[in-house]
Design a protein around this ligand. Sequence first.
Ligand SMILES: *[C@@H]1O[C@H](CO)[C@@H](O)[C@H](O)[C@H]1NC(C)=O
Ligand SMILES: *[C@@H]1O[C@H](CO)[C@@H](O)[C@H](O)[C@H]1NC(C)=O
Ligand SMILES: *[C@@H]1O[C@H](CO)[C@@H](O)[C@H](O)[C@H]1NC(C)=O
Ligand SMILES: *[C@@H]1O[C@H](CO)[C@@H](O)[C@H](O)[C@H]1NC(C)=O
Ligand SMILES: *[C@@H]1O[C@H](CO)[C@@H](O)[C@H](O)[C@H]1NC(C)=O
Ligand SMILES: *[C@@H]1O[C@H](CO)[C@@H](O)[C@H](O)[C@H]1NC(C)=O
Length: 500
Amino acid sequence: MEVLNKAAAKCILWVFFSCLHVIALRSQLFSRLHRSPDRDDVLISYKTFYFDQKIDHFGFIEDGTFRQRYLIADKHWKQPGGPILFYTGNEGDITWFCNNTGFMWETAEKLDAMLVFAEHRYYGDSLPFGQESYNDSKHLNYLTSEQALADFAVLIQNLKTTLPGAQHSPVIAVGGSYGGMLSAWLRMKYPHIVVGALASSAPIWQFTGLVPCGDFYKVVTQDFARSGHNCDSNIRKSWKAIKNVSSTVSGLQWLSEEFSLCSPLKNKNNIFSFKRWLQETWVNLAMVDYPYEANFLQPLPPWPIQVVCKYLALDSTVSDYQLLHGVSKAVKVYYNYTGSSSCLNTSQTATGSLGFLGWYYQACTEMVMPMCTDGVHDMFEFEEWNFQAFSDECNSIFGVRPRSEWVGTVYGGKDIASHSNIIFSNGGLDPWSAGGVSYNITDSLVSIMIPEGAHHLDLRYSNDHDPPSVKAARSLEVIYFQEWIRQSKKKCQLHRPSSP
Ligand SMILES: *[C@@H]1O[C@H](CO)[C@@H](O)[C@H](O)[C@H]1NC(C)=O
Ligand SMILES: *[C@@H]1O[C@H](CO)[C@@H](O)[C@H](O)[C@H]1NC(C)=O
Ligand SMILES: *[C@@H]1O[C@H](CO)[C@@H](O)[C@H](O)[C@H]1NC(C)=O
Ligand SMILES: *[C@@H]1O[C@H](CO)[C@@H](O)[C@H](O)[C@H]1NC(C)=O
Ligand SMILES: *[C@@H]1O[C@H](CO)[C@@H](O)[C@H](O)[C@H]1NC(C)=O
Ligand SMILES: *[C@@H]1O[C@H](CO)[C@@H](O)[C@H](O)[C@H]1NC(C)=O
């Protein structure tokens, strides 16, 4: 667990053909109708299906299949030929992404579109080897982005051939975070299957050699710096204060009680994990610094960083104890906003349905995202990126070593100008924007910046407190969708035999 904690802060915290050979098993299991968790006035209604996917799309020895879960909402779909918005599921339970992607629900109405939410293999209910999927590296071997993209492509082709009226439906990929990376990559790798993609807060450049490793934590720091007096500088000071206070037995006990920790701090390892947990808490707050009350990673007030910073607006003369008292008040905004937590668990930073272990494995294989801090341009302790140490850690946990160059080979790094029809949207408050596409590459590979936006704010339900920049971003996104749909209809017509 120590190693897991350590790596948590290092990698990623979020806080992701042919019809003939696949026999569709589209059994409708149940239909769901419930209120959106964010919007009392919105009813979400979808049907759940399972589709038999090949465990291995790229080799022929492993011939087994597994059941991939996907959800369909077709209330607004106009057939034949109405568009399909396809969510490329990321590292978690697909119903959770379905709940948190209100933009698609609102856009379905505008475009007469069908919604499909497809679960990523190895997460939620879509486990290639059932309960044994995570047992060892042999079982985990098929957890790759390439296999996941192939799942999406096969599923889309199947839907188009089996759903009456969907044969000529243009499909647009939509995703946020790792799911946004997948939607962009789906368009790049399978342009005949999706007509375009919206990649929201997708850090497709957070890889070796593409962006400086310190940029991510710089954005986190800026968020705190702009949200309250001395906020970032007091967090920067807090690490030393922890060191000072924890140097005595009584100080250590005080710290455990002050932070209401479930398990008291006892040794150096515990203190190390405690600091990691604090660091991850600040990062998560930066990701979910939304302008209204929301519950993505935790239930939180509007602009949570401003609330947190009220407790950190201390001047430079305060004692280490006073400073850490402020820090404890501040983290409790994140962990105890609803007043229902009895103690704080330093092994947990989110209540959302993320598959942490699966993502850790992905980070240990393909998704190597270098991160570092210097304590000067950011508010964290100095720590350089050490690939060898990371690789050793991966090897000791999973028995595999990362291949940090591969992702550039397979997805092109910064040389992606030959692709088309992809929107990369980024929030200025979101630390992941550091690894995102922040400029227009071509006329059809566009970047939309949302300065007041945190992690994929544009994918959430519209809200009265939305800043104008996110409203403008969503409108522009829909205009691009309409343009891609128009292009595809035109192509379809060209391909039809002309009438006599
Ligand atoms: C999605 O929202 C519904 C209704 O609020 C809730 O019952 C369900 O647990 C949510 N799913 C996840 C994975 O959070
Ligand atoms: C796989 O892991 C599960 C859960 O950890 C365990 O119950 C099961 O016995 C393991 N199976 C094998 C074949 O090792
Ligand atoms: C920690 O202890 C050192 C040495 O006593 C002291 O100079 C410093 O002010 C203390 N606190 C912080 C936050 O550095
Ligand atoms: C959370 O808030 C409630 C209500 O204010 C309080 O009773 C409880 O002690 C708090 N829990 C922690 C861990 O601080
Ligand atoms: C803390 O979280 C870990 C990981 O989720 C869990 O295994 C453990 O039981 C939790 N501890 C307490 C005291 O809740
Ligand atoms: C990219 O082009 C679009 C459309 O012209 C524009 O709205 C947007 O602001 C541009 N993005 C950037 C980052 O300049």
